[in-house]
Write a protein that binds this ligand. Structure first.
Ligand code: SR1
Ligand code: MG
Length: 408
């Protein structure tokens, strides 16, 4: 019998025993099965199920170092942050996050609803599947989770307590700050993974471009100091479970009070990776046009629906007296849209050349097509960063994407 009163990393056998002991769901004599299904960079995710009753559950456990590299020693407190954020978002964004059943601060794990009828969105996009509800669902999630946790809506003291509670120093300072805001521009720790045929291109466009470095430095300061909203902090398509008609955002362990454009920009960037994959790998012209057309309208709708819902929610929810004028509201939204474009560019660069890459690019089998896909991504990314004040509508992103793709 395992002793669950002291932390250790569980095996599939341990996790079945744990589920019987700690959850109401299974009887003592239940015959369970378990599989470790995590494919993220940090944690262990187990599915536990009972064939006889069809019941199933997910248990997610945090280890003390990242799976992607033992360079990263991490506090297991990220598990608490994840549970608390999902619980809060279940209220702010009902139906758009998984339900949590229990949290264990000793074993640093939690049990949540099994969403096996959904797929990880990145995997679905790699099969070029389309989800017509995504833009509507993700913009509801973004507006509710981001605007409603600002001090334009929340009481100022309560918001400051939240900033303290979700400070998340390790995941910000040890992971996002170096991986997103530093290494893609200088490879200072020698951890980048540059696709060799693009090595000269990356050196010229990312490592040697001093004007770009200045803009990245400004955006890095904003990430480190703009405690605007309780952001997800890692909102890529691997953090979304999806099926036709249903979208659930998971994995908010990087959450902290940061600029809301960080989340919106991440969503746009990861849809652009899906576009680049479709452009490089779909052979049939009609299928390619259909899939790329869906991604383009989704990106466009994400920006435009976000703005529309934001303006509506702003009018309905803002309590801070000096922020109620339409002129301030428009100014505020404008700064969010600027940050969004900048962060979209940062995410696109770091997933192309940094240590944590995306399968959308790395699985493109043809070398020349991967070279082209990466160059499209990097050149768009640079424009998103350098000219971030110019990206105000969905069309602005799509026009740039199409013009860069036509040039390469
Ligand atoms: C060391 S962790 C690398 C990346 O995986 C996570 O999902 C975050 O995106 C992080 O930057
Ligand atoms: Mg994650």
């Amino acid at each position: 019998m395992a002793d669950f009163s002291k932390y250790f990393l569980m095996s599939t056998d341990n996790v079945m025993e744990y589920a019987k002991e700690k959850l109401d769901m299974f009887s003592d004599d239940a015959v369970l099965q378990a599989k470790e299904i995590g494919d993220g960079n940090l944690n262990y995710v187990f599915k536990i199920w009972e064939d006889a009753t069809g019941k199933s559950v997910i248990i997610k456990q945090a280890g003390v170092e990242a799976r992607i590299s033992s360079d990263f020693k991490l506090s297991t407190d990220r598990n608490r942050i994840e549970v608390e954020i999902l619980t809060l978002e279940d209220k702010l964004c009902p139906g758009l996050v998984p339900h949590i059943y229990m949290y264990d601060p000793v074993m640093n794990c939690f049990a949540m609803e099994d969403l096996s009828d959904h797929q990880v969105m990145r995997s679905a996009l790699l099969k070029h599947e389309q989800f017509s509800q995504f833009a509507d669902d993700i913009t509801t999630y973004l507006v509710n989770s981001l605007l409603l946790t600002t001090d334009r809506v929340m009481d100022s003291k309560e918001k400051k307590e939240m900033v303290k509670r979700y400070i998340n120093p390790q995941l910000c300072a040890d992971i996002s700050e170096p991986l997103v805001y530093t290494e893609p521009y200088n490879d200072n720790l020698g951890r980048n993974l540059v696709f060799p045929p693009n090595a000269d291109f990356v050196k010229k466009e990312l490592y040697d471009d001093k004007a770009l470095h200045l803009e990245v430095a400004k955006l890095k300061y904003d990430f480190m100091n703009n405690a605007q909203s309780l952001i997800h902090g890692d909102l890529h398509t691997g953090s979304v479970f999806i099926k036709q008609g249903s979208t659930r955002v998971m994995d908010p362990e990087f959450a902290f009070y940061g600029p809301m454009g960080y989340d919106i920009g991440n969503v746009i960037a990861n849809m652009i990776f899906a576009w680049a994959n479709g452009d490089a790998t779909i052979e049939n012209a009609e299928e390619k046009a259909d899939y790329l057309g869906w991604i383009e309208s989704t990106i466009s709708n994400i920006v435009d629906l976000f703005k529309e819902k934001f303006l509506k929610a702003y009018g309905a929810n803002v309590t801070e007296p000096m922020s109620k004028t339409p002129e301030y509201r428009d100014y505020f939204l404008d700064t969010v849209l600027t940050d969004t474009a900048g962060v979209a560019g940062l995410e696109m660069n770091r997933r192309t050349v940094g240590m944590a890459q995306v399968k959308d690019l790395t699985t493109i089998p043809d070398e020349a097509k991967r070279v082209r896909a990466e160059r499209i991504v990097i050149l768009c990314a640079k424009d998103f960063i350098m000219n971030r004040t110019q990206y105000k509508t969905g069309k602005d992103y799509i026009d740039k994407l199409k013009s860069v793709a036509a040039e390469i």
